[in-house]
Design a protein around this ligand. Structure first.
Ligand SMILES: Nc1ncnc2c1ncn2[C@@H]1O[C@H](COP(=O)(O)OP(=O)(O)OP(=O)(O)O)[C@@H](O)[C@H]1O
Ligand SMILES: [Mg+2]
Length: 419
C-alpha cells in the first residue's frame, strides 16, 4: 500500500528520536529510491501531516518524485519552477508556511483543487543551492509552527548530504564496474600473450633437448667427465623448463577452458598417477602408500588430473629426505561437498609462510633442498576454484604436510556457467 490513511502524529520529544532513527536509516541508503521512500515517510510522521511529498529540481521544473498521503497528490508530475510552491522554496532558498492555500497567490490553485490540501509547509533541500524540496500537507487549516518547519528543515539538510553520498557511491560503483571490466580484458590479453609466448618457447627448447641428446650419444667419447656432467645438467635444466612451460600452458588455459561435467574416478586417477610418478624415482626408494575408497567427482578428468599430479608429485618430492615415503589419501564427505586429502610424512612446511603456499612462483623450500618452479599449487588452486571448490593445507616442519581440496557434489550446468 503506497500511503497509509492516517499518519500517527509524533509528540515533540519523540521527534528528535525519529529524526535520529531516520539519519541511521538514511546512512544505509544506497540509491535514490530508498532515500525518497525513507524521507517521504519520515517527513509525514515528524509532523503528523496528512501528506508529504519529495520533490527534486529537474532543470527549470519541479519533479514530484514520491509522496506519502491520505489520497493521491502529484507523484510523477513536473511543474514549472516559477509556478509551484516547491519552486518558490528552492528559488528563495527558504521554507514557506501557508495556512490557507486558497488565499496565497504563489499557489497554482488549479493543481490543488483536485487534492485534499488546505495548508502546507515546504522546505528546500540544501539551502545554499537547492536541489529539491520536501512538502507537508494538511486537509484542514493548519498553521505549521516554526518548530515543525525547523524539524522538516533538519530532515531536508540530512537528505541533501545523503543524496550527495548516494551520488558518490553510485559513481564509485560505476567506476569499479568499469575498472573490473577493463582489468578482465587486460588480464585475458595478457594470458593470451603469455600463452603464445610459452607455446612458442617449446620448439627451440625441443631443439636444445635434441641437440644435447646428440652430443651425449655421438660425442660422448670426445668429452671428459666434466663435459659429460655438463651436458647432463643441460638436459636436466631443459626438462625442468619444459615442465614449467607445460604447467604454464595449463595454468593459462584453465580459466578459459570450457568446464565439462564428468564422473571421474578419483581413486583410479590417484593410483594411476602415483604409480606413474613412482616410476621416475630410484628403484630402492621405499613407499608406504595407502588410499581410501574415494568417491567419484563430477569433474572433467583432463583438468582434475593436474590436481592429483601436482599434489602427489609434491608429496613424493618433499618426502625425499626421509627413509620411507609415507603417503595417505583419504576423504571426508558432507551432503554438499566431498573433501579429498593427500597426507605425507615428509619435510613439511612452516605455517608461518602459509600465505605464500598457493601463490605463483612462491616457494617455501630452497632450490638447493628441493628443486621446483613454484607453479604447481597455484595451478591446483586455479582448477579447484573453477569448480567452486576450496583448497587448504596443514604442515609442520620435519613432520609432513596434508593438502585438502573440497568439491561441491553438484556442479552447475554448462548453461549456468556460461551465464
Ligand atoms: N607436500 C609438501 N610438503 C612440504 N612442502 C610442500 C608440499 N607441497 C608444497 N610444498 C611447499 O609449497 C611450495 C609451493 O609448491 P608448488 O607445488 O607450487 O611448487 P614447487 O613444488 O616448489 O614447484 P613446481 O610444483 O612448480 O615444480 C613448495 O615450494 C614447497 O615449499
Ligand atoms: Mg610442486
Amino acid at each position: 500500500m503506497e500511503a497509509s490513511l492516517k499518519a500517527a502524529a509524533i509528540v515533540p520529544d519523540k521527534r528528535l528520536q525519529k529524526l535520529v532513527d531516520t539519519v541511521q536509516e538514511l546512512s544505509l541508503a544506497r540509491n535514490l529510491e530508498s532515500v525518497t521512500r525513507i524521507v517521504r515517510t519520515a517527513a509525514r510522521q515528524l509532523t503528523g501531516a496528512d501528506g508529504a511529498t519529495f520533490v527534486l529540481r529537474d532543470k527549470d521544473k519541479c519533479f514530484y518524485v514520491d509522496e506519502d498521503a491520505i489520497s493521491p497528490l502529484w507523484k510523477g508530475s513536473r511543474f514549472p519552477i516559477e509556478r509551484c510552491i516547491s519552486g518558490w522554496a528552492m528559488l528563495n532558498k527558504q521554507h514557506v508556511i501557508i495556512p490557507d492555500i486558497y488565499v496565497d497567490d504563489r499557489i497554482p490553485t488549479e493543481a490543488y483543487r483536485p487534492t485534499f490540501v488546505k495548508s502546507l509547509v515546504m522546505v528546500p533541500i540544501r539551502t545554499m543551492a537547492p536541489i529539491g524540496a520536501i512538502g507537508n500537507y494538511w486537509a484542514h487549516e493548519h498553521e505549521a509552527t516554526e518548530d515543525e518547519a525547523q524539524i522538516l528543515q533538519s530532515l531536508a539538510d540530512i537528505t541533501a548530504v545523503t543524496l550527495e553520498n548516494v551520488q558518490i557511491y553510485e559513481e564509485l560503483e560505476e567506476r569499479v564496474k568499469l575498472r573490473t571490466a577493463e582489468l578482465e580484458v587486460a588480464n585475458k590479453q595478457l594470458e593470451t600473450f603469455a600463452y603464445s609466448v610459452s607455446h612458442d618457447l617449446r620448439s627451440p627448447l625441443a631443439g636444445i633437448q635434441g641437440l644435447t641428446q646428440l652430443l651425449q650419444e655421438d660425442y660422448k667419447d670426445l668429452f671428459d667427465e666434466t663435459g659429460n656432467e655438463l651436458t647432463g645438467l643441460i638436459t636436466k635444466s631443459v626438462t625442468n623448463m619444459t615442465q614449467l612451460i607445460d604447467d604454464l600452458l595449463v595454468f593459462f588455459t584453465t580459466s578459459q577452458k570450457e568446464l565439462k561435467a564428468g564422473d571421474t574416478s578419483m581413486k583410479n586417477m590417484a593410483i594411476e598417477y602415483f604409480n606413474e610418478l613412482k616410476q621416475l624415482e630410484p628403484a630402492d626408494r621405499i613407499f608406504d602408500f595407502s588410499i581410501a575408497d574415494l568417491p567419484n567427482a563430477p569433474v572433467d578428468a583432463s583438468l582434475i588430473k593436474h590436481v592429483w599430479l601436482n599434489l602427489l608429485s609434491n608429496a613424493i618430492k618433499y618426502s625425499r629426505k626421509k627413509d620411507r615415503t609415507v603417503i595417505n589419501i583419504g576423504f571426508e564427505s558432507t551432503p554438499e561437498n566431498i573433501t579429498y586429502f593427500v597426507a605425507d610424512k615428509g619435510s613439511g612446511f612452516d605455517m608461518q609462510y602459509y600465505d605464500k603456499l598457493f601463490g605463483a612462483f612462491q616457494r617455501l623450500h630452497s632450490e638447493a633442498d628441493f628443486e621446483g618452479n613454484g607453479i604447481g599449487l597455484s595451478l591446483v588452486e586455479r582448477i579447484i576454484s573453477r569448480y567452486n571448490g576450496k583448497i587448504w593445507a596443514e604442515g609442520k616442519p620435519g613432520e609432513g604436510a596434508t593438502f585438502y581440496f573440497s568439491l561441491p557434489r553438484k556442479q552447475p550446468s554448462p548453461l549456468e556457467i556460461a551465464m
